[in-house]
Design a binder for this molecule. Structure first.
Ligand code: FES
Length: 104
């Protein structure tokens, strides 16, 4: 059974930004889109192990800080070289001003 895990307060993530979240020995990236929705993916780029939370959010894209690979953080889809493996995504919900993600 997948658990819902509290990440942070809604206000801890700026719009069109990303933060890092470490839990259970794993690292996730939590995004707040320009239209004020929250999303979660694995925290590391699938190309090499760069922290996506150090990258740049533009609309629905996260750009990796290392070689500028791009993913759609809403779907996890890799958007072309040098990244070809999609990111894992995780369900997110907001409750009582907190952001929670469901980790399988
Ligand atoms: Fe992310 Fe290379 S490590 S594009």
């Amino acid at each position: 059974m997948a658990d819902w895990v509290e990440v942070c307060a809604v206000d801890d993530v700026e719009e069109e930004d990303v933060i890092r979240f470490d839990y259970g020995g794993r690292t996730f990236a939590i995004y707040r889109s320009p239209d004020d929705e929250f999303f979660a993916t694995d925290g590391f780029c699938t190309h090499e192990k760069a922290h996506l939370a150090d990258g740049l959010v533009m609309d629905d894209i996260i750009e990796c800080p290392k070689h500028n690979g791009r993913f759609n953080y809403k779907t996890g889809q890799a958007k072309g070289a040098p990244v070809c493996v999609n990111l894992m995504t995780y369900p997110v919900k907001v409750e009582a001003g907190k952001v929670l993600i469901q980790i399988g």
